[in-house]
Design a protein around this ligand. Structure first.
Ligand code: NOJ
Length: 970
């Protein structure tokens, strides 16, 4: 089906030009050496290293200015730099209720104002300051002791902040004296100073007079202007960068600061034998064909780092929206040094004291919020491609999925649906009947997701653009004129979402009934949104983005807010989706660019990966890194965006996708069609089974989402999160647990594999999900070998887990809502197990009113003999306690119409794995004897290898939403 619409023709033309204009990959983006402030920051570190004996931070607190708040819970103080005695800095130190420390420093009465609004976008609310903390102000420091053995020490001269626990340094800020806040200054021609000894006061003073100090190096380096390629950054404010050393003397692993294509435990970037040469860069960028192992920045940035050791996890969250580079070194195996170099902004540092990963997640969630419960259908399978070219094409794809009995929930439309890439305007050639198309898809309970990019074609016949112009909400050049750049739609302008005036205008676009004249009436409530290119991507801009001296609302330069820019589009888009209908429904918005807090607005994906094994493997690690930084709802393009993966690779990629929170296949315009029904057998059947496996596990995924939405615990849990005190697991990032379910998965990401090894961190029994074969871990950890032929994904159930699934194949997830459940009870070494199931209507916000089913399933040894009792009880009543403050809570509703509506939904099968012997009878407590089958095997307690015993209780006659108890007598 080929309908060549105008937009598609334009895209093809544009793509044919790309090799000339865009194909340079590495050279399109700066290295640290090519970035003035990064160079200055690293040079500072080098000088400090070279003169380690004498190097001393010039910053100190003037104790006479220290002022405690009335409740004494926080203090402010003046800070001076020895080198610039006339420049004033203000420090603010506070401790929150949960022990998180916030350290802020800004220039006071400077020539200009530093950008100080990053936290406003990242934080979910202003955290409350603890009233329990009492500072002790001494001659040389201020101290506060609190919590379990925590001591916070702020040393005055030089300024140094240390968080200790039980006498052990956890986080040290400015311990190496690399803190430097470049103050605003007038441009003065520098004069060389001769005849004075380096570092001496005499030299300092003389050089200050000439606007130079030894601390800042001998040469002025890119303070007032900088060129890169054909680009000149005019830097009207001059230098204003911020360098900061943050060390973890007792933590050998650091994780986080997504997004980078690298391992989860961050490799070193500096120091002896460092793995990478460049620091990790955070500068949201549309990187064409990114490298699968690099520190280069990608589409999103979250300045959150975890530092971890066997007895402690701490976090650092430096809320800065400008370009930032982070060096990582391990001076010893058990310690980590980092240096954070940002181009602009204030110092706004949160120290998350842990001490466990779970604590750090809760602390971060209290600051930036949690990922809300998404619509249930969005956890199912998404079929995307650039592009389905017409409404009939979409119908045809849907038909083929149905003919091949392959479940799918969502069809996606990329940019070619839009006339001349004017988003919201259907191209009549291919899409003459869009609403009918959506209704055809929705008829079987499916949805559509349509792309809306932030670049607006500068065309008079484009109401969305004209309205933005009229409202004066477009980004400006430094001279105040509308900024014009080049993107898919040709000459384009960008909405400045920092301007609050843009919010109502944008949200109103989605009102398909009763909206303003510029709203999108040719849409329905089954249409959801994909926000792409929001770094923003500007094809003819420096580093494929906007010039840093562009101006946003409030007069801030683009340089100040670049990394935040991408998050507001999905924020306002999701608001529009919630507000568009009569009854508010949960939004679904996929974003490419993100910042800390973006988890509040929807899902993200890892952008334009390549169809290679390396990209498949690193994608798993990237999704883990995003997961631990709050972005619970994440995934990678299944199949790889670029290239034509061979069937083996495509199959493996479906396994990777099926075990990621966001599961979408996508492909570039130039690739061959690769919808799974096009595969030959056996590949086709294997992918069908994978899709069905994902659908059967939707109850597990949804239950995991509930947990993350109220606790901030990630859905995908790497080993250091699940087993924080087992050092063998600290660098493992190719296998992970799914929520609290007890599932451990290791997707295969190499060709030709028939077996795979899995690391088991504990003395516990694990069962193969499919064969129930027993694998035993050991107290000190053990690696076991599991089958991993093409149709097999290494998937183990940790003994002690109960998994709810729905095993009837359906075309779409909405058709499963009255389907019965299967419970898999995987007994642990002590013959007990536990699991949860969470359900609600999956669409509205009625779950916040108590319209939920939330069950706990347990199994434990019966009081007599070797029997086991399996039961189900309501968790909804006693639920509230697990939530972090600020997360949307469910209230308890006695009547609960939703639960009543599920009265007829049965548990159709209970599979108990690992019993120690054959049952003599199985009875519902207070009720009938049940039908069952038993296959003997080795028990969970035994020492042998082999298949576990499996008891299958057929149709136990119990409701999924009811209390019950079943006794297995042995
Ligand atoms: C870039 C996105 O990353 C990709 O997924 C999309 O297909 C193209 N833009 C076209 O919209």
């Amino acid at each position: 089906m080929k309908v060549l619409n105008t937009a598609l023709a334009n895209t093809l033309l544009l793509l044919s030009l790309l090799p000339v204009s865009l194909a340079v990959k590495a050279g399109d983006f700066k290295t640290c050496q090519q970035s003035g402030f990064c160079r200055r920051g690293r040079a500072l570190a080098a000088r400090a290293r070279e003169s380690a004996d004498t190097w001393r931070s010039p910053y100190s607190i003037d104790p006479s200015t220290l002022t405690l708040s009335p409740e004494q819970a926080s203090f402010t103080a003046g800070v001076r730099s020895l080198l610039y005695p006339d420049i004033k800095f203000g420090l603010d130190v506070r401790v929150h209720d949960d022990g998180v420390v916030r350290v802020r420093m800004d220039e006071v009465d400077g020539l200009k104002k530093r950008y100080d609004e990053a936290a406003r976008w990242a934080l979910v609310s202003e955290p409350s300051v603890s009233r329990e903390i009492k500072w002790t102000i001494g001659k040389t420091d201020a101290r506060a002791a609190y919590g379990k053995g925590i001591e916070l020490v702020v040393e005055f001269s030089p300024l140094r902040v240390v968080l200790r626990r039980n006498g052990k340094d956890q986080v040290v800020v400015n311990g190496r004296g690399l803190m430097h806040m470049e103050h605003f200054r007038e441009k003065v021609e520098a004069k060389a100073v001769e005849g004075s000894e380096e570092g001496s006061d005499e030299q300092t003073v003389m050089q200050v007079n000439n606007n130079r100090v030894w601390f800042e190096g001998d040469e002025e380096d890119a303070l007032w202007e900088e060129t890169f390629g054909s680009w000149t950054d005019s830097k009207p404010k001059g230098p204003e960068s911020l360098s900061l050393d943050i060390d973890f003397p007792n933590h050998g692993h650091v994780y986080g600061i997504p997004q980078h294509a690298t391992s989860l435990s961050l490799p070193t970037t500096t120091g002896e034998n460092s793995f990478f040469n460049d620091p990790y860069r955070l500068y949201n960028a549309d990187v064409f064909e990114y490298v699968a192992s690099a520190t280069t920045s990608l589409y999103g940035s979250i300045p959150l780092m975890h530092a971890h050791s066997a007895d402690s996890t701490v976090g650092i969250f430096h809320v800065v929206g400008s370009e930032t580079w982070i060096d990582v070194a391990h001076p010893t195996e058990k310690s980590t040094d980092t240096q954070w170099i940002s181009e602009s902004g204030i110092l706004d540092l949160f120290i998350l004291p842990g001490p466990t990963p779970a604590d750090v997640f809760a602390q971060y969630a209290r600051l930036t919020g949690t990922a809300p419960l998404p619509p249930h259908w969005s956890l199912a399978y998404h079929q995307c491609r650039w592009n389905y070219v017409s409404t009939d094409d979409v119908r045809g794809v849907q038909k083929r999925f149905d003919e091949e009995d392959m479940p799918v929930d969502v069809f996606w439309l990329d940019i070619e649906y839009a006339e001349d890439h004017k988003y919201f305007m259907w191209d009549q050639k291919g899409f003459p009947d869009p609403v009918d198309m959506v209704n055809d898809v929705a008829a079987v309970g499916r949805k559509m997701v349509v792309i809306v990019d932030p670049h607006l074609k500068r065309a008079d016949n484009y109401p969305v653009y004209k309205k933005a112009q009229e409202l004066d909400v477009l980004v400006k050049q430094k001279n105040g004129n509308e900024y014009e750049g080049w993107c898919w739609s040709g000459s384009s302008a960008w909405v400045d979402f920092f301007n609050p005036k843009s919010w109502d205008y944008w949200a109103a676009l989605f009102k398909f009934v009763k909206g303003p004249e510029w709203s999108w009436t040719e849409s329905t409530e089954d249409v959801y949104i994909w926000n792409d290119m929001n770094e923003p991507s500007v094809f003819n801009g420096p580093e494929i983005t906007m010039p840093k001296d562009n101006i946003h609302h409030g007069g801030w330069e683009h340089r100040d807010i670049h990394n935040i820019n991408g998050m507001i589009l999905p924020n306002v888009t999701s608001r529009g989706l919630v507000e568009r209908g009569e009854v508010p429904k949960r939004p679904f918005v996929l974003t490419r660019s993100f910042f800390a807090g973006s988890q509040r607005y929807g899902a993200m994906w890892t952008g334009d990966n390549l169809g290679t094994w390396d990209h498949m493997a690193v994608g798993v690690k990237m999704v883990l890194a995003n997961s631990i930084a709050g972005m619970a709802f994440s995934g990678s393009d299944v199949g790889g965006f670029f290239g034509n993966p061979e069937p083996e690779m495509l199959v493996r990629w479906y396994h990777v996708g099926a075990f990621a929170p966001f599961f979408r296949a996508h492909a570039h315009l130039d690739t061959k069609r690769r919808e799974p029904y096009l595969l030959e057998d056996p590949y086709k059947s294997i992918v069908r089974d994978i899709l069905r496996l994902r659908y059967s596990m939707l109850p597990i995924w949804y239950t995991a989402f509930r947990e993350t939405s109220v606790t901030g615990l990630p859905i995908l849990r790497p080993h250091y999160v699940a087993f924080p005190s087992d050092p063998t697991g600290f660098a493992i990032d190719d296998q992970y647990y799914i929520g609290s379910s007890g599932l451990l998965v290791k997707p295969v990401t190499r060709p030709g594999v028939t077996e795979e090894t899995v690391y088991l961190p504990e003395n516990q029994v694990y069962y193969d999900y499919f064969s129930h074969r027993v694998h035993r871990g050991a107290a000190k950890g053990k690696t076991v070998t599991v089958p991993a032929a093409l149709h097999q994904v290494p998937l183990l159930i940790r003994g002690g887990s109960i998994l709810p699934t729905r095993e009837r194949p359906r075309r779409a997830s909405s058709l499963m809502k009255n389907d019965p459940f299967t419970l898999r009870v995987a007994l642990d070494n002590k013959l007990s197990a536990r699991g949860e199931l969470y359900l609600d209507d999956g669409v509205t916000y009625s779950h916040r009113e108590g319209q939920i089913v939330w069950r706990e399933f347990t199994a434990q040894k019966a009081s007599k003999g070797k029997g086991v009792r399996v039961g189900s009880r309501d968790l909804a009543k006693a639920n509230i306690t697990t939530a972090v403050e600020g997360a949307a809570l469910s209230i308890y509703d006695e009547k609960n119409a939703f639960a009543k509506g599920l009265d007829g939904v049965r548990v159709e099968k209970i599979v108990v794995v690992g019993l120690s012997g054959k049952p003599s009878s199985v009875v519902v407590e207070g009720g009938a004897s049940l039908q069952w089958e038993f296959t003997a095997g080795i028990s969970g307690e035994g020492k042998k290898e082999g298949a576990a015993s499996v008891l299958t209780i057929k149709d136990p006659g119990v409701g999924v939403a009811n209390d019950w108890s079943i006794v297995i007598n042995i």
